[in-house]
Design a protein around this ligand. Structure first.
Ligand SMILES: [Zn+2]
Ligand SMILES: [Zn+2]
Ligand SMILES: [Zn+2]
Length: 100
Protein backbone atom coordinates (compact mmCIF):
# COMPACT_ATOMS: atom_id res chain seq x y z
CA UNK A 1 0.00 0.00 0.00
CA UNK A 2 2.74 2.41 0.91
CA UNK A 3 4.38 1.86 -2.48
CA UNK A 4 1.17 2.67 -4.36
CA UNK A 5 0.61 5.81 -2.30
CA UNK A 6 4.07 7.20 -2.88
CA UNK A 7 3.76 6.53 -6.62
CA UNK A 8 0.50 8.51 -6.73
CA UNK A 9 2.01 11.38 -4.74
CA UNK A 10 5.14 11.45 -6.88
CA UNK A 11 3.25 11.56 -10.18
CA UNK A 12 2.42 15.30 -10.37
CA UNK A 13 6.05 16.11 -9.53
CA UNK A 14 7.29 13.71 -12.18
CA UNK A 15 5.05 15.33 -14.78
CA UNK A 16 6.13 18.82 -13.80
CA UNK A 17 9.77 17.86 -14.15
CA UNK A 18 9.17 15.96 -17.35
CA UNK A 19 10.49 17.53 -20.54
CA UNK A 20 9.15 16.64 -23.95
CA UNK A 21 12.45 14.97 -24.81
CA UNK A 22 11.97 12.45 -22.02
CA UNK A 23 11.94 8.84 -23.29
CA UNK A 24 8.54 7.12 -23.19
CA UNK A 25 9.76 4.06 -21.31
CA UNK A 26 9.92 5.03 -17.68
CA UNK A 27 11.79 3.21 -15.01
CA UNK A 28 9.76 1.75 -12.21
CA UNK A 29 11.43 0.86 -8.94
CA UNK A 30 8.65 -1.55 -8.07
CA UNK A 31 9.10 -3.40 -11.35
CA UNK A 32 12.83 -3.68 -10.80
CA UNK A 33 12.21 -5.29 -7.44
CA UNK A 34 9.43 -7.53 -8.72
CA UNK A 35 11.53 -8.65 -11.65
CA UNK A 36 14.09 -10.01 -9.22
CA UNK A 37 11.50 -11.75 -7.05
CA UNK A 38 8.92 -12.90 -9.63
CA UNK A 39 6.46 -10.45 -8.10
CA UNK A 40 3.56 -8.27 -9.24
CA UNK A 41 3.85 -4.48 -9.60
CA UNK A 42 0.52 -2.90 -8.62
CA UNK A 43 1.54 0.50 -9.95
CA UNK A 44 2.09 -0.84 -13.47
CA UNK A 45 -0.43 -3.69 -13.37
CA UNK A 46 2.09 -6.20 -14.54
CA UNK A 47 4.16 -8.94 -13.05
CA UNK A 48 7.23 -10.95 -13.76
CA UNK A 49 7.98 -14.63 -13.96
CA UNK A 50 11.53 -15.72 -14.72
CA UNK A 51 12.34 -12.26 -16.07
CA UNK A 52 9.39 -12.25 -18.46
CA UNK A 53 6.53 -9.77 -18.25
CA UNK A 54 3.08 -11.08 -17.41
CA UNK A 55 0.08 -8.80 -17.92
CA UNK A 56 -2.61 -10.97 -16.32
CA UNK A 57 -2.67 -10.98 -12.53
CA UNK A 58 -4.38 -14.34 -12.07
CA UNK A 59 -2.04 -15.94 -14.60
CA UNK A 60 0.88 -14.45 -12.76
CA UNK A 61 -0.32 -15.82 -9.43
CA UNK A 62 -0.82 -19.26 -10.93
CA UNK A 63 2.52 -19.10 -12.72
CA UNK A 64 4.58 -18.12 -9.71
CA UNK A 65 2.69 -20.22 -7.16
CA UNK A 66 1.92 -23.92 -7.04
CA UNK A 67 -0.51 -23.54 -9.93
CA UNK A 68 -4.02 -22.46 -10.83
CA UNK A 69 -6.47 -21.80 -13.61
CA UNK A 70 -7.13 -18.42 -15.22
CA UNK A 71 -10.71 -18.13 -16.51
CA UNK A 72 -10.13 -14.97 -18.51
CA UNK A 73 -7.17 -16.40 -20.43
CA UNK A 74 -8.58 -19.91 -20.55
CA UNK A 75 -5.31 -21.48 -19.56
CA UNK A 76 -3.63 -22.60 -16.41
CA UNK A 77 -0.37 -23.49 -14.79
CA UNK A 78 0.99 -26.30 -12.74
CA UNK A 79 4.39 -26.06 -11.04
CA UNK A 80 5.27 -23.07 -13.23
CA UNK A 81 4.40 -24.85 -16.47
CA UNK A 82 1.54 -23.83 -18.73
CA UNK A 83 -1.26 -26.32 -19.16
CA UNK A 84 -4.56 -26.34 -21.04
CA UNK A 85 -6.02 -28.91 -18.64
CA UNK A 86 -8.19 -27.08 -16.14
CA UNK A 87 -8.37 -30.20 -13.95
CA UNK A 88 -4.58 -30.37 -13.70
CA UNK A 89 -4.18 -26.66 -12.93
CA UNK A 90 -6.82 -26.66 -10.21
CA UNK A 91 -5.41 -29.81 -8.65
CA UNK A 92 -1.94 -28.27 -8.66
CA UNK A 93 -3.28 -25.16 -6.89
CA UNK A 94 -4.63 -27.36 -4.10
CA UNK A 95 -1.47 -29.42 -3.99
CA UNK A 96 -3.21 -32.66 -4.89
CA UNK A 97 -2.68 -34.97 -7.86
CA UNK A 98 -5.11 -34.51 -10.77
CA UNK A 99 -8.14 -36.79 -10.26
CA UNK A 100 -8.61 -37.47 -13.96
ZN1 LIG B 1 6.12 -1.06 -12.03
ZN1 LIG C 1 -4.82 -14.85 -17.27
ZN1 LIG D 1 -5.88 -33.18 -15.30
Amino acid sequence: MRVVLSVVLALPLAFAACKSSEPVAKKCEGCDKMKASNGWCDGCSKGFADGKEVKCKSCHAAMTGAGGWCESCNKGYMAGKETTHKCCAEAAAKGVPCPT
